[in-house]
Design a protein. Structure first.
Length: 125
């Protein structure tokens, strides 16, 4: 992603693998929505399609990729997203005091980009 401003107003799919701070895998979740803005402090601000809440991604634009055309199905909601613009995958480690059942995506977490999604959309189907 060479021009972060090109994200604004576009549909993005976000896959997140959630781990405890000791490295134990907890779950995978997906979010999709419209990129609302690029904020110097907050990063990439996404308005979630399902809840309408804001979801924040780190401003690591090299880890945001053009999505191959097609229909993507979010595993946890069953939503189908047709021809999204961008896709990205991340791993987060929850702080030791965090409750995995009630993750507050607006709180600081340890974010790491996962491998880029391949062209088969395996990260979201």
């Amino acid at each position: 992603m060479n021009d972060p401003g090109a994200l604004v107003g576009r549909v993005i799919l976000i896959g997140v693998s959630v781990y405890r701070d000791d490295g134990v895998f907890l779950r995978k979740t997906q979010v999709h929505g419209i990129v609302k803005e690029i904020d110097p402090e907050a990063g990439v601000v996404v308005k979630e399609a399902v809840s309408g809440h804001e979801f924040y991604l780190p401003p690591a634009f090299a880890h945001i990729h053009a999505a191959p055309p097609g229909i993507y199905r979010a595993r946890d909601t069953g939503d189908e997203i047709e021809n999204p613009d961008f896709i990205t995958q991340w791993a987060v480690r929850l702080p030791s005091a965090a409750d995995e059942a009630t993750i507050d995506w607006q709180q600081p977490m340890d974010w790491h980009a996962e491998r880029p999604p391949d062209q088969t959309r395996s990260g979201l189907q």
